[in-house]
Ligand binder design. Structure first.
Ligand SMILES: [Zn+2]
Length: 405
């Protein structure tokens, strides 16, 4: 597998690279972000998502806990009621952030949990215990589902589990086994999915609308349309190139270094994310989009807020701009509104420019608050005093007289 940092980037797949990073940053701080990549075969959506496993940072858990209990906030049936001293005795360990895959033919027991047979058949001390499935084991990490449309079509039970897992942030999962009490535990996992809406059984939003809406963002993968990119893809898929790469893979450490840069960035971005707020005027802007375009899903505008902040951060800014919000519009709404509404919204922000777009629908509503007006005046030319750093507020002798000295 080609390491993440070496994958070919072009206009049609750029968004997915960003969304994958944004989702990892968000998962790292404990707020899942669910990403669905749609596109034709050969657009590389699953390649990008699977390669992202190589850039995941490490997380700390209670030593040996298969549910990945956070030592500061244990949640599993085994650890949640233990006193602090007991937990300290067990100890802690670092593990790579989990990345587990559910196939479209998976069974409920594999996904949610089942009876731990090794414990049950232990000759000295037989005991009925639960073995958590893939989802509880992916707590604080990523669950990947390829061909999610097929899963939704053929497995209503697993679809219902996904609805619970993705229902809130964090979500929850129930593990049921005959003869054992039902266990309900919180799970914080980001679900990544891929599908080809042109293949059977069709687009997810048409099969299970509710499940489709659980995805914060849908990234439609464009086809590569430049000759350069296509020749590069051809080259990478050629037999001789694959042979060469097999030899290079003996040199895995070098590959790790490229991915390590991402790992460090992700940890840095996660710290920034914890401290970055969406400015009030952008929050109002999002709220107005909701009302003006009759959006149905509150999840949609929550995702717009979450996505805008994350987008600004992976671009290296700690100030969220209007462009971060407008960038999220198609990603957040593609699967939630009809095509006409989406095109109308995008044209509005594109053609007139974001600033005009906001002002034009502000002017229609005369109930606007004065405070909003002040903020919109600062839109591109300035910013509110409260958002400024000391250095920008206090002029030094040098900034006042730049030509001297
Ligand atoms: Zn635990």
């Amino acid at each position: 597998m080609i390491p993440f940092y070496k994958l070919e980037r072009y206009e049609g797949n750029e968004d997915l690279f960003e969304l994958v990073l944004m989702s990892i940053v968000s998962s790292y701080v404990g707020e899942p972000m669910h990403v669905h990549a749609e596109g034709l075969r050969g657009t590389g959506k699953t390649t990008i998502m699977r390669a992202a496993k190589g850039i995941l940072p490490q997380i700390e858990r209670i030593k040996g806990c298969i549910y990945n209990c956070d030592p500061n906030n244990p949640h599993c049936p085994q650890h949640r009621d233990l006193p602090r001293e007991e937990l300290e005795k067990i100890g802690r360990e670092m593990i790579p952030m989990p990345f587990l895959e559910i196939s479209h033919s998976a069974k409920v027991g594999t996904v949610a949990g089942s009876i731990d047979l090794t414990k049950l058949t232990d000759a000295d001390n037989p005991e009925a215990r639960l073995l958590p499935g893939l989802i509880p084991q992916a707590h604080r990490g990523i669950i990947f589902i390829d061909e999610i449309n097929r899963l939704a079509d053929t497995s209503p039970e697993i679809t219902d589990i996904m609805l619970d897992v993705m229902g809130n942030k964090p979500g929850h999962i129930q593990i049921e086994e005959a003869g054992l009490p039902v266990v309900d535990i919180p799970v914080s996992v980001s679900v990544w999915a891929a599908s080809n809406p042109d293949e059977e059984p069709g687009a997810l939003e048409e099969i299970r609308r509710q499940l489709s809406d659980r995805f914060d963002v849908v990234c439609f993968m464009g086809r590569p349309d430049s000759v350069d990119v296509l020749s590069q893809i051809l080259k990478e898929n050629s037999y001789s190139f694959k042979l060469q790469r097999a030899k290079q893979n003996a040199n895995l450490e070098v590959d790790d270094l490229g991915n390590d840069k991402y790992r460090l960035d992700i940890i840095k971005w996660a710290r920034m994310y914890e401290q970055t707020e969406l400015p009030d005027f952008l929050r109002n802007y999002i709220a107005r989009l909701y009302i003006k375009h009759n959006l149905e899903s509150i999840r949609a505008i929550e995702a717009m807020q979450q996505g805008a902040v994350l987008h600004s951060i992976i671009r290296g800014r700690d100030k969220v701009l209007i462009n971060d919000v407008t960038h999220m519009i198609p990603l957040v709404l593609k699967h939630r509104v009809d095509g006409d509404t989406l095109v109308k919204m995008i044209n509005e922000v594109d053609v007139k420019g974001a600033r005009d777009g906001i002002l034009s629908f502000k002017s229609k509503k005369n109930t606007k608050k004065k405070e909003d007006d002040i903020d919109s005046n600062y839109f591109q030319t300035g910013k509110p005093l409260r958002d400024m750093k000391r250095g920008e507020l206090v002029n030094t002798e040098k900034t006042l007289t730049p030509n001297e000295g």
